[in-house]
Design a binder for this molecule. Sequence first.
Ligand code: ADP
Ligand code: MG
Length: 693
Amino acid sequence: MPDATPKTESQKALDKLGLHRDIDLALHLPLRYEDETSITLLRDARDGGSAQIEATVTHCEVTYRPRRQLVVTVDDGTDTCVLRFFNFYPSQQKALAVGKRIRARGEVRGGFMGWTMLHPSFRAAGGDLPTALTPVYPTVAGLPQPVLRKAVLAGLARADLSDSFAPGDLSQMSPGPLWTLREALLFLHHPAPDVSLDTLSDHSHPAWQRLKAEELLAQQLSQLQSRRERATLRAPVLAEVSDGTLHDRLLATLPFALTNAQRRVGTEIAADMAQPIPMHRLLQGDVGAGKTVVAALAAAICMDAGWQCALMAPTEILAEQHFRKLLAWLEPLGITTAWLTGTQKAKERRSMLALIESGEAQLVVGTHAIIQEKVKFKNLALAIIDEQHRFGVAQRLALRGKLQHDAMEPHLLMMTATPIPRTLAMSYYADLDVSTLDELPPGRTPIVTKVINESRRDEIIERIRAQIAQGRQVYWVCPLIEESEALDLTNATQTHADLAEALQGATRADGLPVLIGLLHSRMHVDDKKAVMGAFTAGLMSVLVSTTVIEVGVDVPNASLMVIEHAERFGLSQLHQLRGRVGRGAAASACVLLYSTGDAPRLGEAARERLRAMAETNDGFEIARRDLEIRGPGEFLGARQSGDAMLRFADLATDQALLDWARAEAPMLLDRHPHLAHKHVQRWLGGKSEYLKA
Ligand code: ADP
Ligand code: MG
C-alpha cells in the first residue's frame, strides 16, 4: 500500500540512520558535546581552546586575497577577534553586518594579528544560555543537528525506558553511582556542564557503563535465544553405523595420519551430527592446518548414513580445488560427486542438477551456484561452507533451507582460516560451537618472513632464480589498489612483463622451459583455470597474481611468496597469503616488499603490521594483533552488516562487562523471559533475526 503522505527529507534521513522507533531515537547517542552554557570574554580566551563569545560587529568585508573570504571583526569590550568564512551565503553576510550583536562559537587562535576564529558557528545574541551541554549526534546529509536533536528529544520523551535489569546488578562492575537506563539516557543526552568531558568521550562514565552493559546483554540474549531455538529444530541423525564404512575406508586410504587436532575436531563434529539437532559449528584452523580432510571425513559420515552432503566455496578455483581433492579421495571408494558453478555449460549443468535431485550424487561441490533455487537436493543433511566469512547471511540461510524433509534442517559446518580471537568468539559468535585445529601437520618447515625495501628487488630476482633452478615454484602478489581494478590490472601486467624480462635465462633442473604466468580477477574463468592448472601441475614456475581472490589454493611445491607493496595489505590478508607457501617439506620463505613512496619511512601502523608478520607465524597471535589494530569489523565478515556490530561497547576495554552479560543473559532469560524478550526488541528490533544465521 503506498504511503498516504510522502516522506520528508528529514524522515528519509532518519530512516537511513535506522531511527524508526522512539527507542531507536532515544538510543542514538551523541558523538560529542559542545559547551554553549557560558560566554567567554576575549580577554580570558585561551589559544587553541574552544569558546563562545558575545560581541558586536565592527567591520565586515569580502576580500579576495589569498582567496575569496568574508572577514568580520567583532569587539566584546575586552578585546577584538577576526572571524573568517571561506564559504558564505548573502544571508550570513547580512547577519554579520556592522553593528549586529552576535554569539559565535569555535576554536580561538591567538596570533601576531590578535584573536581569530575560522568558520565559527554563530547566531544573533540574546536569549537564555542553555544549562546543559549541547549534544552533537552522528548524522547524515539532509538532517541538520537541530532537527535531529528535536527528533531525539521527542523520541526520548515518548519511549518506554523502564529497566530490564536493576542497576544493582551492575554493582560489581561500576565503582561509581548506579544508574537506571532512564537516568543514563537523560544524562547522556543533556549532561550537566560540570561533567568531565573525558569520561564521556572515553565512555568510562557510569552512564556509559550502563548503556554498554545494556547493549552487550542484548547481544548475548539474542544469541542465547537463537541457540535455544535451534535446539528445538530437528536434523537428520548421522551416526556412524558399522565397521567398514566409507569414513573408515577413507581414513585408511589417506597418504598421511591425522594430527591429534584433526582427530579431536573430527570427534567433536561427529558427536554433533549424531544429534537430532542441527549442528552449527565453526571449524577454525590456521592456513595449512588441514581442514579439507576433516570436512571430507564429516562428509563421509553423512554419506554413510545415506544422506547427501554439499560443500560450498567462495570462488570457482577454490571450489574446483576441493572438487579435485575430494574426487581423488572419494571416487575410488565408489562415491558419485556433482559439480556446480555459475559458469558451467547448460548441458553439463542440467545433468548435474539431475544427479543431485535423484540423489545419485551423494556429494555436491561448488560455488554459490549450489544455493540457487533450481538446485533441488534429494536429502541434504550436511552443508559445509569453506571460508565462511566470504559468504553473506542470506546465503547461509538459503543453504539451511535446502533440506525439504519433515521440517528438518541440515547440519552446518563452517570453516575459516582466520581464527577468531577469544573476545569475539565470546560475543559475536556466542551462538556457535567452535572447533579449533591448533596444530599443523608434521613435516612442515616454518616459513621465514623477511621485510625488505623495494629498492632491493634485484636480490629477490636472484632468489627466485635459485628457487626455479631447484624445481620450486614462486608466487608474486601484486599491489592492491582498492579504488581501481583497472589500475590493478595494469600493474600486474607490467610486473609480469618485468619479471619475465628479469628472469630471462633462468633454468629448471628438469630442463622444462621456465613459464611465468599471470592471474587477475578480470580474466575469463577458463583462462584462470588454465593458468591455475599449469601452476598446480608444476609446469609454471612463477605465478604473478593480483589480489587475494584465490586464497586457499594448495600447491605444496611452492616455496617462495613475494608480496609487493606489502604495506598496503591488512595483517590477516598477509597471513593468508603467506599460508600459500610452506605447505610441503621444502624450506619456504615469504618476502614482504615495501615501498615508502615519497615519504622518508613507512607509517607507524604499516610498520607495526610488517613487524608482526616477521615476528610470528601463529595465526591466533596475528588475529589478536589485527583485532587490536583494526577493531572487530574485519573479522565479522558476513555479520558485519553493521546492524550486528556493537555501537557502544568496545571488546578491547569492556571484557568485564562482557563477562557480566554472559552470566546475566541465561538468568534473565530463565527467570524473566518477557523482560529478556523486551530487552532484545528494544536494542535489536527486527535485526535479531538476522543474527541467527
Ligand atoms: P587448510 O586448513 O588451509 O584448508 P588443507 O586442508 O588445504 O589446509 O591442507 C593443507 C595440506 O596439508 C594439504 O596438502 C593436505 O593434504 C595436507 N594435510 C592435511 N592433513 C595432513 C596430515 N595430517 N598430515 C600431513 N599432511 C596433511
Ligand atoms: Mg582450505
